[in-house]
Design a protein around this ligand. Structure first.
Ligand code: ADP
Ligand code: MG
Length: 894
């Protein structure tokens, strides 16, 4: 419960700094920013590339070849090392840069009073002396000496390590000797409850947190689970490659091949068959999706969330601001006597727009006066006028109410002049009301606004034409239901008097026996993109549930407008959730299995709803904006915070921030998340299959008594011109377009599902087996060993290029995708051919790699041989497509 602390009247400078002064102070003190943690330099990233076992093996190989063969091999291995390192670090560096650019999108803001007006500015522009407003859910933007505090709690764990929030208060007049720490809100602390106003003492690195920022800035970079899983997979492959090499060396030894050749062969195989590029290609796939999501207003705070969002099966969404525009306008006022007043949704505030059926506007204004006063006084919003007209600052409900009052000619200033503020209970979603205490004559008046149920429980009389008569709750509830059924957000109002001594602590216990004043109904239009987005969700097998603090009727009406049609059994309330919870988790799980609208829910209940949905097998994305949403945002599979409406606490607890608060953006995020996952699969398929094919080639050739089909340097070269440049280009494939037409993948589905394994086997056999047959034929047709290797190497370059191309889609034909939709991939294939044919003509490369120029006819024949892979995969894809459409038809026929 909120216990208001009396405001200290006439704080030092109630109108704050003027903008000129603020500007000159900004020049003097600098921006309110903490020193940036040192960015990783390119050199560091580059050097890091060499800390890998594979590189050590290559270094060893360079040393060995220096001793046993000629220096050219050594130089070549050195070049491969350098290029590998360079490519790797370029990729890693740009991925890192993209991630830090995204972090810059999250600029904290602060509410400050300047030139006597409340405004929201970027927190980095704060200067010492600024008068700052603090509110539950925000981060304290600078070190602030409190002037006023209402029930203010700050979580300073970042600074002190103390996990319990600290109570903050303004120094009492006269008794300034309160613990000085308790009167300062420190930069970086989270406001967990209440409100406060204070003067900025220190900014930027002069703040307490600035002094220790260097230590805090060192964020631990933990790897996404997917990458950990794949790093493990890479390890397994490394072992497999190691064992196979050992086997080959054994067989080669028995066959009497030279030790040094065998050693270099196993190095070559290891380097080309181990998918060392996999982890970085995956983080690039995720980084590219993060960047694409950012363009669609979805800011990913934790990389794994990209993939998680793609696999969600349930979105538990807010109503206000996410499905709706959060542009509230009071359109209806209902007085307890049944009088119905209408307001036009006109923005010009200086025109009176209140009217009723058989009443003059002047009379309507008088009739609505008491209600509008109770709407304006316990109100934390304000209306400010600038060149562009009127602008509301604060909660949209509050602004809508002030706007309505203004249309009736009532101004906040005039009202607070007549009724000076004594104390207030600020609105918190868990309270569902706000109240304020004002001096008026001898008495203290109390005004309250909030949800209908809450205010009905505080009142025992109602106002009819200026007289307070006994309340008729039935009639009032019916009025409310009627408004709610039209999708209006309904607020109720009441007032009362407190007759007693002056200096008491005002609070919740005073909110009894009040007089009910009536209802206001507000319209909040549905976002235009939402219906389409909801249809897409349904096509994509993603369910949508609405979790709201609002009335069930309003919620159901809004849901229906958005295209979410639910039966009565699917609409439930916070109370029902609480009851089910008390009866045990099974009961709750039963409830969440069917319920899709959760109305009158307290934010603190969101977590148990989300956890219960997860127990029912859903992969849940939940949206939130307030302080109390933080636990749900943290513990859901994907926490989605609102960028505009959301508090700092919510954003910091979330995996994803939606910059425009729009539900449709979340759906765009799901599409991108699914794209990222399928791109990762494409890269894995490409790398695994080509590596396995190279192993197979040697596994056939060495035991069957053929010479080494490719030289060690040729293997290194092959790895460099194909995988080295092509894995990353697959990671950037654009969406195929049917991402949202498929059901979500099962959360437990392994990456190596049946399709993947089948494709790997197909490609491995075509490339590895085909390569072996080609090599065998070439030798038996009388080609020299060097010539045969020359052609086989070209064949492998082509095979791997074809493999890359056919990996662009798992289901769809290669021909159905435009080559130009991924220009980088096209370029990488062309480059591979160009570099390789170039090397065939350059003396030094020819010498080292054992290459020789070939005729166009030979090139064409090799291309045709490589195309056999395409044929096999295309047939398999075609088969898959026709059987899946057959099974679809079968389902439809049922
Ligand atoms: P939503 O889920 O739509 O965001 P809220 O939790 O914001 O719902 O609001 C729940 C209820 O609290 C509203 O129906 C209204 O009755 C009440 N309410 C909302 N905002 C205010 C406010 N600024 N002052 C008083 N009551 C409010
Ligand atoms: Mg709300």
């Amino acid at each position: 419960m909120a216990i208001p602390i009396p405001l200290s009247p006439g704080s030092e400078n109630p109108s704050g700094l003027d903008s000129k002064e603020a500007e000159s102070r900004l020049a003097k003190y600098g921006q309110n920013l903490l020193p940036e943690p040192e960015a990783t330099t390119f050199i560091t990233v580059f050097l890091r590339q060499f800390r890998s076992p594979l590189i050590y093996i290559l270094l060893l190989a360079a040393a060995v070849s220096l001793v046993v063969s000629d220096t050219k091999d050594t130089i070549f291995i050195g070049i491969v090392l350098l290029l590998n390192g360079l490519i790797g670090s370029l990729q890693e560096y740009s991925a890192g840069r993209a991630a830090s650019a995204l972090r810059k999108l999250e600029q904290p803001r602060a509410a400050v009073i300047r030139d006597g007006k409340v405004r929201e500015i970027e927190a980095r522009l704060l200067v010492p002396g600024d008068l700052v407003l603090l509110e539950a859910g925000g981060r304290v933007p600078a070190d602030i000496a409190l002037v006023e505090a209402t029930d203010l709690l700050c979580d300073e764990s970042l600074l002190t390590g103390e996990s319990l929030p600290a109570r903050k208060m303004a120094p009492f007049a006269g008794a300034r000797a309160v613990d000085s720490k308790a009167t300062i809100a420190f930069a970086g602390a989270l406001v967990t409850r209440g409100r406060g106003t204070g003067v900025v003492m220190e900014t930027g690195s002069s703040t307490e947190i600035g002094k220790i920022a260097a230590e805090i800035g060192k964020a631990s970079a933990s790897l996404p689970p997917l990458m950990i899983r794949l790093a493990r997979f890479s390890n397994a492959i490394a072992w497999a490659v190691g064992l196979t090499s050992l086997f080959l060396v054994g067989v080669g030894f028995i066959r009497g091949l030279a030790w040094s050749d065998l050693f270099l062969m196993s190095v070559g195989l290891a380097v080309s068959a181990i998918p060392e590029g996999l982890p970085i290609a995956i983080s690039i796939a995720l980084a590219i999706s993060m960047r694409r999501m950012a363009k669609r207003n979805v800011i990913v705070r934790r990389m794994p969330a990209v993939e998680a969002l793609g696999s969600c099966t349930m979105i538990a969404t807010d109503k206000t601001g996410t499905l709706t525009l959060n542009e509230l306008t009071v359109t209806d006022i209902r007085l307890p006597d049944g009088t119905h007043l209408a307001l036009d949704a006109v923005t010009d505030l200086d025109i009176c727009e209140i009217k009723a059926a058989n009443m003059s506007p002047a009379e309507a204004r008088v009739r609505a006066g008491r209600l509008l006063r109770a709407a304006s006084l316990p109100n934390e919003g304000s209306l400010v006028q600038d060149e562009n007209g009127w602008k509301g600052v604060g909660d949209t409900v509050d602004v809508a109410l002030l706007t309505a009052a203004r249309k009736a000619g009532l101004t906040q200033d005039k009202m607070t002049e007549d009724y000076p503020l004594v104390a207030r209970i600020p609105y918190e979603p868990d309270l569902k009301y706000a109240a304020s205490f004002h001096r008026g004559g001898e008495h203290v008046h109390v005004f309250a606004k909030g949800s209908a149920e809450t205010l009905l429980s505080m009142t025992d009389r109602m106002d009819v034409g200026g007289r307070a008569i006994e309340i008729d709750r039935g009639v009032l509830l019916a009025q409310k239901e009627e408004m709610a059924a039209r999708g209006l957000r309904v607020l109720a109002f009441a007032e009362g008097e407190i007759r007693s001594g002056a200096d008491q602590i005002f609070g919740h216990h005073h909110l009894v026996d009040l007089v009910f004043l009536g209802f206001a109904g507000m319209q909040d239009p549905i976002r235009p993109e939402v219906s389409q987005a909801i249809r897409e969700c349904h096509a994509a097998g993603v369910e949508v549930a609405m979790v709201t603090g609002d009335d069930p009727k309003t919620a159901a009406a809004i849901a229906a407008q958005a295209g979410l049609e639910f039966g009565p059994s699917q609409i439930t309330t916070g109370d029902a959730v609480r009851e089910a919870e008390a009866a045990g988790p099974e009961r709750l799980d039963e409830l969440t299995k069917r319920a899709r609208i959760y109305a009158r829910v307290l934010p603190s209940q969101k977590l148990s709803i989300v956890l219960s949905m997860a127990r029912n097998g859903h992969f849940v994305a939940v949206t939130g904006d307030g302080v109390n949403d933080a636990p749900a945002l943290k513990h859901a599979h994907v926490g989605v915070a609102m960028g505009v409406k959301g508090t700092e606490v919510a954003k910091e607890s979330a995996d994803i921030v939606v910059a425009d608060d729009n539900f449709a953006s979340i759906v765009c995020g799901i599409r991108e998340g699914r794209t990222a996952y399928s791109n990762i699969r494409k890269v894995i398929l490409m790398l695994t299959a080509t590596g396995a094919a190279e192993m197979l080639l040697f596994l056939l050739a060495i035991p069957l008594g053929l010479p080494m089909p490719l030289l060690p340097v040729q293997l290194l070269w092959l790895n460099l011109v194909t995988n080295g440049i092509q894995d990353v280009t697959l990671a950037g494939e654009r969406p195929e377009g049917d991402e949202l037409a498929r059901p979500p993948r099962r959360p437990k589905e392994p990456i190596f599902d049946r399709l993947m394994v089948r494709r790997i086997i197909q490609s491995t056999f075509v490339i590895g087996g085909g390569g072996f047959v080609a090599f065998y034929w070439l030798l038996s047709w009388g080609y020299q060993l060097a010539e045969a290797r020359n052609l086989l190497l070209l064949l492998f370059v082509m095979f791997e290029n074809v493999q890359t191309l056919s990996c662009r889609s798992e289901h769809r034909s290669l021909l159905s995708r435009s080559f130009f939709s991924n220009p980088l991939l096209l370029a990488s294939v062309v480059a591979a051919q160009a570099i390789h044919i170039g090397a065939m003509h350059l003396p030094w490369f020819r010498d080292v790699l054992g290459l020789a120029p070939i005729s166009l006819a030979e090139w064409s024949l090799t291309l045709i041989a490589a195309a056999s892979l395409l044929l096999v995969i295309e047939i398999d894809k075609f088969h898959g497509r026709s059987s899946s459409s057959k099974s679809l038809r079968a389902i439809e026929a049922e």
